[in-house]
Ligand binder design. Structure first.
Ligand code: G3H
Ligand code: 13P
Ligand code: ZN
Length: 316
């Protein structure tokens, strides 16, 4: 089914808009069930922000194609809401093609752990397929440490080499490029909160490819409030630490980073709210009560990021 049928926009339209106007980044929030899809879309609607609903391969497997697309269809998205549906960290050309065929408007092929030439060949293959259908493509150069998907856990990070980005983008025809400048996936990103992202590398990259929107993965800030609430109500997260919001705000408003990916923070918001809700109402056994609390917590945190950090409110 073509993505336009669902009222979606291509990812590239949103990202080029952000690059052209500057001063904001489009949030890409990961979803994996009805509550997360609803929370993300209502945050976008309440703030008039463009938004990307990011679905990992494991999230798609968890929901199933028909349930996900049923949720998207039932959300009654209209094109002027500027919402894209994006495959996050696609592991193969085939899985990207599959996502496009069921209605995704943007796909990421993550061949960042393979060598340069293999990354180019595969990315160009999916770019040809995607562009023939007006779907946009994201690729990655360099490697983030942390959980890249449910099966791999990379411990080393390799910064993106500014000298290779021009050739990579030229040969692959990718629409956007994910860069490694010191972020990593998950809730354990760094040893201390003061560690700086490599904005010097980012500047070199954007000078080489000024017309390509850049993407920041692994951008959760792991708010202390969420971690403390989780631990207060029976959880055990030790030394969880993320990217401070000042650096994120700088990336979103002062650089060519046009898409910022957030997954872990939404998981933390949801888990903190559910744990507290169950603790505060020990006799409750109606899941709707605590699922509702989790859904509201995600929506409110998305609104905070949109308004205060990514500056994407009212950018439709
Ligand atoms: O970047 C990876 C995302 O956080 C997706 O994680 O495969 O557990 O859904 P997941
Ligand atoms: P976080 O784990 O920092 O939320 O990163 C999410 C991400 O990059 C999804 O692709
Ligand atoms: Zn990612």
């Amino acid at each position: 089914m073509e993505y336009r049928y669902f009222g979606l926009n291509s990812g590239q339209k949103l990202l080029q808009n952000a690059l052209r106007h500057g001063g904001f980044a489009v949030p890409a929030f990961n979803a994996y069930n009805m509550e997360t899809v609803q929370a993300i879309i209502s945050a976008a609607r309440l703030t008039h922000s463009p938004i990307i609903i990011a679905i990992s391969e494991s999230a798609l497997k968890y929901m199933g194609d028909d349930i996900l697309m049923g949720l998207i269809s039932g959300s009654k998205i209209t094109p002027n809401e500027q919402i894209a549906l994006h495959l996050d960290h696609g592991k193969s050309v085939e899985s990207c093609m599959h996502a496009i065929n069921i209605g995704f408007s943007s796909v990421m092929l993550d061949f960042s752990k393979y060598n340069f030439d293999d990354n180019i060949t595969a990315t160009h293959d999916i770019a040809k397929y995607a562009h023939a259908r007006n779907v946009s493509v994201e690729a990655e150069l360099g490697q983030l440490a942390g959980i890249e998907d449910e099966n791999t856990f990379g411990t080393k990070s390799v910064y993106t080499d500014p000298d290779s980005v021009y050739e990579f983008v030229r040969q692959t025809e990718t629409d956007s490029l994910a860069v490694a400048i010191g972020t990593s996936h998950g809730a354990y990103k760094r040893k201390n909160a003061d560690e700086k992202l490599r904005f010097d590398i980012l500047e070199q990259i954007q000078n080489k490819i000024p017309y390509t929107p850049l993407v920041l993965h692994g951008a959760s800030s792991v708010p202390n409030d969420f971690v403390e609430t989780i631990n207060q109500y029976g959880g055990n997260l030790q030394n969880a630490i993320g990217i401070d919001t000042e650096q994120l705000n700088f990336a979103a408003t002062k650089t060519h980073i046009c898409k910022i990916n957030i997954d872990s923070d939404l998981r933390l918001a949801f888990t903190a709210a559910v744990r507290k809700n169950l603790h505060d109402a020990p006799s409750n056994f109606n899941p709707r009560e605590y699922m509702d609390a989790g859904r509201d917590a995600i929506r409110d945190y998305c609104i905070f990021l949109i308004r205060e950090i990514f500056n994407s409110a009212n950018k439709l």
